[in-house]
Design a binder for this molecule. Structure first.
Ligand code: CP
Ligand code: NVA
Length: 307
C-alpha cells in the first residue's frame, strides 16, 4: 500500500499543488453557491479529533464533508480513550482502518506527526501549537479572490509569533511574498520551530507601525493561544502596544486588507473599528475555510479530478 499524502504543515504542498487546490475551491464554491449537488465522497468517512476547542474548524470540516456526500465523526479527548492515555500510534492504527481521512487538532506537532506515521489514510492538521495550515490555505485563497496574486506582496504580522504566524512564514516561502513581523520582546519568531527553509522571506520590526507601513495585508491573532492560558495576564501587559488599530491601518497601503483567523478579542489584538470596518476580510476568510477545505478533502481522498 502506497504511503498516504498528509497536510501536516503548509510546506508539505508545493505552490503548484496550492494553485490546483485554489482552482478546485473556486469551482466547488461556485457549485455550492448555485445549489448544485456535488457528491464525490459518497461512502467516505472523515474522523475529526479535537484536543482543543473549535467553532470554525469543526463546522467547516463537518459541513464540508457532508456537502461532498460523505460523513464526519467527531471525537474529543474527554470522551475517547485518547484522553485516558491510549498511545497515539495505537489510536492511529485503529482509526485509520475505519475511515478514509483524519483531521486532528492537538497540542505539540510531534503528536500529529506520530499519528500520521502510523496512519493508513491522509491526515490533516486542524491546528497544533506550531502550525495552522488550513487557516492559511483559506486566507491566501481569500487574498487571491479579493486582490489577485500574493506573489511579491507584503503581509504585516502584528502580535504573537504563534501557530498562525509560523504558517504565514512558511506560506511566504512557498508563494514568494514578504512578511513584516512585529512581536513584543521575548516573543520573536523561532525560525526552526516555524519550519522555515531560511529563504529570507520575513523581516522583524521592533515597532509594529514600521511593520505595517505600506503593507498589502495586515493580520494578527489572539495574544494568548489555546494551551498558553497560564500566561494570559503577563501577555495582556506585554502585548499592550501590539493592537491593530485605525492608525496602524492608515500607514498600510490604502487598499490593504485586514485578516484575523478568529476568534477575535476586540480591544486587545484588534480595535473594533478595524475588524468591523471596510478593510476587514474576516467573514470571507472564515467562509472560505469551508470551500478551501472541501478542495483539500477531495484532493487527499481522490487525487486530482477533472470534473
Ligand atoms: N480559526 C479557527 O481555526 O477557528 P476555530 O478555533 O473556531 O476552529
Ligand atoms: N493562535 C490561536 C488560533 C485559534 C484558531 C490558538 O492557537 O489558539
Amino acid at each position: 500500500m502506497a504511503a498516504p499524502r498528509h497536510f501536516l504543515q503548509f510546506n508539505d504542498f508545493s505552490r503548484e499543488e496550492f494553485e490546483y487546490l485554489f482552482a478546485r475551491a473556486r469551482r466547488i464554491k461556485a457549485q455550492f453557491k448555485s445549489y448544485q449537488q456535488y457528491w464525490p465522497l459518497v461512502d467516505r468517512t472523515l474522523v475529526m479529533i479535537f484536543e482543543k476547542a473549535s467553532t470554525r474548524t469543526r463546522l467547516s470540516f463537518e459541513a464540508g464533508m457532508q456537502q461532498l456526500g460523505g460523513s464526519a465523526i467527531y471525537l474529543n479527548t474527554r470522551d475517547s480513550q485518547l484522553g485516558r492515555g491510549e498511545p497515539v500510534e495505537d489510536a492511529a492504527q485503529v482509526i485509520s482502518r475505519m475511515s478514509d481521512i483524519v483531521m486532528i487538532r492537538t497540542f505539540e506537532q510531534d503528536i500529529i506527526e506520530r499519528f500520521a506515521a502510523n496512519s493508513r489514510v491522509p491526515v490533516i492538521n486542524g491546528l497544533t501549537n506550531e502550525y495552522h495550515p488550513c487557516q492559511i490555505l483559506a486566507d491566501i485563497f481569500t487574498y487571491v479572490e479579493m486582490r489577485g496574486s500574493i506573489e511579491g506582496r507584503t503581509v504585516a504580522w502584528i502580535g504573537d509569533s504563534n501557530n498562525v504566524c509560523n504558517t504565514w512564514l512558511q506560506a511566504a516561502e512557498v508563494f514568494d511574498f514578504n512578511v513584516n513581523v512585529s512581536t513584543p520582546p521575548g516573543y520573536e519568531v523561532e525560525a526552526e520551530r516555524a519550519g522555515l527553509y531560511g529563504t529570507n522571506h520575513y523581516r522583524e520590526f521592533a515597532d509594529p507601525m514600521a511593520a505595517a507601513r505600506d503593507a498589502d495585508l495586515v493580520t494578527t491573532d489572539v495574544w494568548t493561544s489555546m494551551g498558553f492560558e497560564a500566561e494570559n495576564e503577563e501577555r495582556l501587559r506585554d502585548f499592550e502596544d501590539w493592537q491593530v488599530d485605525a492608525e496602524m491601518m492608515r500607514v498600510a497601503k490604502p487598499d490593504a486588507l485586514f485578516m484575523h483567523c478568529l476568534p477575535a478579542h476586540r480591544g486587545e489584538e484588534v480595535a473594533a473599528e478595524v475588524i468591523d470596518g471596510p478593510q476587514s476580510a474576516v467573514w470571507d476568510e472564515a467562509e472560505n475555510r469551508l470551500h478551501a477545505q472541501k478542495a483539500l478533502l477531495e484532493y487527499l481522498v481522490l487525487g486530482r479530478v477533472t470534473t
